[in-house]
Design a protein around this ligand. Sequence first.
Ligand code: THU
Length: 126
Amino acid sequence: MEYRELYKKAEEMLDRSYAPFSNFRVGAALLAKNGQVFTGVNVENSSLGGTICAERTAMVKAISEGVREFEAIAIASSGGEAWPCGICRQFMKEFCDDDFVIIAGVDIDSIRTYTLPELLPEGFRL
Ligand code: THU
């Protein structure tokens, strides 16, 4: 799947984001190696630490459906470019290889990509 198409799926998720506290909506679309796409949104909570990011929502959906091999993730937000937070980068490190691609941008015409080691050099894994 083309990166632009994946980004579009992330963008389409923004309406489903639950972000009443930050008003920062995030949508993610995770492409598995088998071609399946798992989407996600950020889901905030009154107990703010209970919030889960869009990227981890998508990954948890995939993993709980038995899919653990991933190729790329696209991230769109209501507030400009959104690159994964530190916890999400570490979460990706658990399941993704060094060629895993992260796609983000202000809009579909300005997407940029990084590999996971570019965003998380010397990442930790047991
Ligand atoms: N957030 C994500 O969902 N993904 C990111 O990459 C950055 C942050 C969410 C968490 C919270 O709901 C809101 O954005 C503001 O931090």
